[in-house]
Design a protein around this ligand. Structure first.
Ligand code: PLP
Length: 427
């Protein structure tokens, strides 16, 4: 169920009119729905519970990079979420938001020694190691601080996720993970290093997957590897299948989370019964987009309409620096008028004020709009604000979270002076 719906021709976030939010907070504004975040997280949590998984049996680690606002992290933490981070900065955010570092897993191909020290100081749950070089560095850093680092190896199961090449990560030719054929040797090395403790295995084959077949195929390969490792005396405590379930931007029909998790847990249960006398293994997930994506919109105001001989442009006050996905991935976002007009429609490209031809938010959309109208760029809750920049010295958008009939400011708009506050001129 969407929490962004029309009532009498006006678009609402839960029980608050978006027009009122624009009036109070200005535009551009990211507007999130607390109920949507809660529902989306609960789809995972409930499916874990229905498949008889307590905390020890399954852990959902929200992917912080999809939307890392403190209010979002705090909300998910209170719902019981763990966190998948990709930098030391994200760890500091999780802690600042009240998240439990012992439920944090640390992914990413380029962890620095400093980031490793920070994560070790906070006793995070696990490092998802992506290369042999990283194993050696982590062993050294852990030795320095007198700890044993819990590690999982991110393996690359070489499964085609059939998604956009920029967001497909599970094939041999990309920079992520350790080649499946080299995984055994890497595990043997990890097991031999004194300051590492091998605890798990993970993979993440891509993002915006609509079908769970590639994920279940990856699971089969991971299972086979876990059994081969066990035969060599390396016993794993958890398996982490990554994130990746997609959302509806236009008319995509992603597999329901409950169906995917039921199939996944059935496979795991059958395998554990057949090969491990039913001994359990903890299963982890790293969802981002499927929790945050449809929990937020980008609210923007039409500044000018330009009617040309070949094209019409709606120039709005949000731009590629606010929402990078169209420019970066040619991503499609729905565009909804905040107040529905009856008048005649035209076909518009919705573009921002940034000095780049790539600065567009939507193309070829049929809209009945006038200057000063408000538009909602839909499905902007994930990889929206977290990818925003200050290009063209544009302050980043304000962020608000709606809860029923209340609106909470969760990040104020940046002032221009703040954008150059860290800079200095030559003496
Ligand atoms: C980005 C990322 C995720 C989240 O992916 P979604 O498609 O947003 O669910 C999970 N794990 C890793 C390692 C990632 O890099």
């Amino acid at each position: 169920m969407s929490h962004f719906t029309y009532k009498d021709g006006a678009l609402f976030a839960e029980n608050v009119a978006l027009r009122d939010i624009a009036q109070q907070f200005g535009t551009p504004a990211y507007v999130y729905s607390k109920a949507a975040f809660t529902d989306n997280f609960s789809a995972y949590a409930n499916a874990c519970a229905e498949n008889r998984r307590g905390d020890a049996g399954a852990l959902v680690c929200y992917s912080v990079k999809s939307n890392s606002n403190l209010a979002v992290l705090n909300l998910l933490s209170r719902l019981g979420s763990g966190f998948d981070i990709v930098s030391g900065g994200e760890l500091q955010r999780v802690i600042a938001a009240g998240g439990d570092p012992r439920k944090v897993i640390f992914s990413g191909v380029g962890k620095s020694a400093e980031e490793m020290r920070l994560a070790l100081a906070h006793d995070i749950l696990c490092f998802n190691v992506e290369s042999v070089g990283e194993l050696h560095r982590l062993n050294d850093v852990a030795g320095d601080v007198g700890k044993q680092a819990p590690v999982s190896l991110r393996v690359n199961p070489n499964v085609d996720a059939k998604t956009h090449p920029y967001i497909s990560t599970g094939l041999k030719e990309n920079k992520f993970g350790i080649d499946f054929d080299e995984a055994m040797a890497a595990y043997q090395l990890a097991a031999s290093l004194p300051h590492l403790k091998v605890v798990g295995i993970d993979c993440h084959i891509g993002s915006q997957l609509l079908d769970d077949a590639p994920l279940l195929e990856a699971l089969d390969k991971v299972i086979e590897l876990i059994d081969r490792l066990a035969a060599e005396g390396i016993h794993l405590h958890h398996l982490d299948i990554g994130g990746g379930i997609g959302i509806t931007y236009a008319n995509e029909k992603p597999v329901p989370i409950g169906d995917y998790l039921a199939r996944l847990f059935r496979k795991v249960d059958q395998w554990r019964a057949a090969k491990h006398n039913g001994a359990p293994i903890q299963v982890m997930f790293e969802p981002g987009r499927s929790i945050a994506g449809n929990a937020g919109i980008l609210l923007t105001e039409v500044q000018y309409l330009k009617h040309g001989s070949t094209k019409n442009f709606a120039i709005v006050d949000a731009a590629m620096n606010d929402l990078m996905r169209p420019a970066m991935y040619e991503a499609w976002h729905g565009v909804q008028p905040v107040l529905q007009r009856t008048g005649s429609t035209k076909i518009y490209d919705v573009v921002g004020p940034v000095c780049e031809s790539g600065d567009w938010l939507a193309r070829q959309r049929e809209l009945a709009i006038e200057q000063g109208d408000l538009l909602a760029i839909m499905s902007a809750g994930a990889y929206g604000m977290t990818m925003a920049s200050n290009y063209n010295t544009r302050g980043r958008a304000v962020e608000v979270m709606v809860d029923g009939d209340r609106v909470h400011l969760i990040r104020r708009r940046e002032a221009a002076t703040e954008l150059y506050a860290l800079e200095s001129v030559l003496p």
